[in-house]
Design a protein around this ligand. Structure first.
Ligand SMILES: Cc1cc2nc3c(=O)[nH]c(=O)nc-3n(C[C@H](O)[C@H](O)[C@H](O)COP(=O)(O)OP(=O)(O)OC[C@H]3O[C@@H](n4cnc5c(N)ncnc54)[C@H](O)[C@@H]3O)c2cc1C
Length: 264
């Protein structure tokens, strides 16, 4: 059998209206929101790397959702579309039909602003996941690297990892009060990096930690999610400087700092 064969699962895209059931402030910068509603039945998320597209009320306070068109989203004419942003399904409980999403309260932006004021009974839209990238489970080590936007995915990775796997998690957060109690059946080494006032786009705590990691025996899978420029540079460091095969690295920009442009 091929070693380290990842899989891509495609799902039929479903667009749902979901209702806020509970809101819990996990830490100064993290708001946990648990959603419910009959529309959630059958929700499927097969990987911690998944995302849903969440749709928030527009400037008029209305949810204006698209109809799934041929390949692209089509919104009703004459109305301001609901802004949409990507979020990680932190947990879906099919017994209670509840979806948990953890929102970083970073300040401006329709998603963060909505999450900060969310209350039970409010509704938003949720589309997807459209697909799930399932990482091969036969690596010797998994290194998970991310800022606070990646913390929901990293928390889910650790929740779902089986006994016997080895993972190193490097997580950057605003301050010590944003640490979470994460646990796992797997053998995990978790290190928190606290920015203490430095902004998330210009911090280099994760990059320095990556450079300091000792060489690991065997094969390692690297999962990275952070501000776009940082995620790209960390991927380049691994593939260009350390010579890690591209298929052993998945690095995703989870948000884009103001004023940055894409460069490859
Ligand atoms: C696959 C995927 C999964 C994700 N999962 C999660 C998740 O589970 N939880 C989560 O909180 N986020 C997650 N994100 C990141 C989230 O989609 C972005 O942070 C998004 O930009 C937030 O939207 P907004 O409307 O609040 O701000 P925007 O309108 O997009 O941005 C407004 C301003 O805020 C800045 N900004 C945006 N995000 C941040 C940030 N985190 N820190 C500092 N400044 C920021 C932007 O540069 C811009 O200047 C995920 C992203 C992806 C691609």
């Amino acid at each position: 059998m091929t070693r380290h064969a990842h899989q891509m699962q495609r799902h039929t895209v479903v667009l749902r209206q979901i209702e806020v059931l509970r809101v819990e402030r996990l830490s100064p910068y993290m708001q946990r929101i648990v959603f419910g509603g009959e529309a959630l039945r059958g929700f499927l998320s097969a990987s911690p790397d998944d995302h849903v597209k969440l749709f928030f009320p527009n400037d008029d306070g209305k949810l204006v959702l698209p109809t799934p068109g041929q390949g692209r989203l089509e919104f009703p004419e004459g109305e301001q579309p609901s802004p949409m942003r990507d979020y990680t399904p932190r947990r879906y409980d099919d017994e209670f039909n509840e979806l948990t999403v953890d929102f970083v309260l970073h300040g401006d932006g329709p998603a963060a602003t909505w999450a900060a004021q969310a209350q039970p009974g409010q509704h938003i839209g949720a589309g997807g996941p459209r697909g799930s990238f399932i990482v091969a489970n036969d690596f010797d080590h998994y290194v998970l690297v991310g800022d606070e936007t990646a913390l929901p995915a990293i928390g889910r990775w650790l929740d779902e990892m089986p006994y016997g796997m080895h993972a190193i998690a490097l997580v950057e957060i605003p301050g010590s009060a944003d640490r979470q109690a994460l646990s796992s059946r797997a053998d995990i080494e978790l290190t928190w990096f606290e920015r203490e006032g430095q902004d998330a786009a210009n911090s280099r705590l994760l990059e320095q930690a990556l450079e300091r990691l000792p060489q690991l025996p065997g094969d390692t899978f690297w999962w990275i999610a952070a501000e776009s420029g940082r995620a790209r540079r960390m991927r380049q460091y691994l593939t260009d400087e350390l010579g890690v095969p591209k298929e052993w690295v998945r690095a995703t920009g989870y948000w884009k700092a103001e004023g940055t442009v894409d460069e490859e």
